[in-house]
Design a protein around this ligand. Structure first.
Ligand code: GDP
Length: 397
């Protein structure tokens, strides 16, 4: 065991000689980390109930190459290059332009009406229409209009800077900055000393960006220095597990998956959480299937995933992924999931491609659950923690 520091130094020298620089050092360190944790893809071929040990064999490909015994000479440089994700701090500020660029920005239109000289009933109707078009929803729109009317009348606000400030503060109020948006990703320890990883289940209708979000979230966690295991519990599409494994490999994160299409998703979730526990991983992220065609079937499946994986560790987060471009439709889907899975947070994706950012308001109101993350593009680091003030500044442009 006391050979390890030498191996690390040799690895580092080899990678540095190849021009890897700081990134190279990270690769070397990550490789050792993978070796210790048995990184790579775990393949499941059995039913739930059997011991986790029995199937935790790394498959060929992925980062599995890293767990071979150390050779006598320096390790071959064939291991996949592990990327360093962008830091999470300031992401929404960096991605803010995407909100203002999407379609015709809500804020710009509202501001142009609000700064007209004398606001007529037609102007107020126009404002109402803009808010409704942006999916703010009927109730919140009325609230916002009432507040704006009163303040414009009482304060006589006209000057563009003051109008912007007024609109900004009303939108912030509507989005409720007091909601707790932290992601619970801290592992804990049971009374008997067992390591309990933080488990995040990611649910939602297919096509909303679930798998992509799990991949992006893994990168966020890795950037924040956490160890992660992915669970590919969307077993109905082989491509979904492949997609997830690829995301994981890029940041040196192993994926627990089943080789059999249509295998029991609860079994995969169980194995992923058990692996997180046994290998003292910080966070287990489980991707699930979301076929809404059969509501009863979906409920059964999700309910079972929650029940079965909770036998190892109950989830600390159940994140519902919603596509911001689907408006009301997305909202009615959301209710189904909230009923079944006890959602603790919303991830709103594709906000870069829509002028319907107002859906954030409705989703929070309807479900009583905070938006915690937003997707602002297809790039690997285009996922940002949701921050009310930064979001409002983004839509006001
Ligand atoms: P799933 O079926 O719910 O797992 O959905 P996927 O993760 O496969 O994503 C479906 C599509 O949405 C893919 O083409 C993603 O690149 C795309 N997507 C996901 N999130 C975003 C986002 O925030 N913005 C944009 N523009 N596209 C996204």
């Amino acid at each position: 065991m006391n050979e390890l520091p030498w191996i690390e130094i040799i690895s580092a020298v080899v990678v540095l000689a190849g021009g890897g620089g700081v990134a190279g050092l990270l690769v070397a360190r990550r490789r050792r980390h993978d070796q210790e944790r048995g990184g790579g893809t775990t393949t499941l071929e059995r039913e739930p109930g059997a011991s986790a040990q029995a199937t935790a064999e790394p498959a060929a490909g992925g980062t599995a190459t890293a767990i071979r015994p150390e050779p006598d000479v320096a390790p071959e440089p064939a291991a996949p290059v592990v990327e360093t994700p962008a830091p999470t701090a300031g992401r929404l500020v960096r991605l803010r332009d995407r909100l203002a660029r999407s379609g015709s920005p809500l804020g710009a239109r509202l501001l142009s009406v609000l700064s007209r000289d004398a606001l007529t009933e037609d102007d107020w109707d126009e404002i109402e229409e803009e808010l409704l078009l942006a999916d703010v929803g009927a109730g919140p729109t009325t609230e916002l209009l009432d507040a704006l009317r009163t303040k414009v009348r009482v304060l006589g606000v006209r000057e563009p800077g003051a109008v912007r400030e007024l609109l900004r503060s009303e939108l912030v109020t509507l989005l409720d900055p007091s909601l707790d948006r932290t992601l619970r990703t801290e592992p804990t320890t049971a009374d008997d000393g067992t390591h309990l990883p933080a488990v995040t289940l990611v649910v939602g209708v297919n096509g909303t960006g679930k798998t992509t979000t799990v991949g992006k979230l893994a990168r966020v966690l890795v950037a924040d220095g956490r160890s992660v295991v992915l669970g590919a519990a969307d077993t109905f599409r082989a491509a979904a597990a492949d997609q997830l494994t690829t995301w994981g490999n890029r940041v040196g994160v192993p994926t627990v998956r089943s080789d059999r299409e249509g295998a029991d998703p609860a079994s995969v979730a169980f194995e992923a959480v058990a692996r997180g526990r046994d290998e003292k991983i910080d966070v287990v992220l489980v991707d699930t299937a979301g076929r809404l065609q059969n509501k009863a079937g979906l409920m059964d499946e999700l309910g079972k995933i929650v029940r079965v994986s909770s036998k190892v560790v109950p989830p600390s987060e159940v994140l519902l992924v919603l596509d911001a471009t689907t408006g009301q439709n997305g909202l009615s889907q959301a209710r189904v999931f909230a009923e079944v899975a006890g959602v603790t947070g919303i991830v709103l994706t594709k906000l870069d491609g829509t002028a319907k950012g107002g859906i954030v308001v409705q989703v929070q109101r309807e479900l009583g659950v905070p938006v915690k993350l937003i997707g602002l593009g297809e790039g690997p680091d285009d996922l940002a923690p949701f921050d009310v003030e930064e979001f409002v500044d983004g839509i006001l442009g």
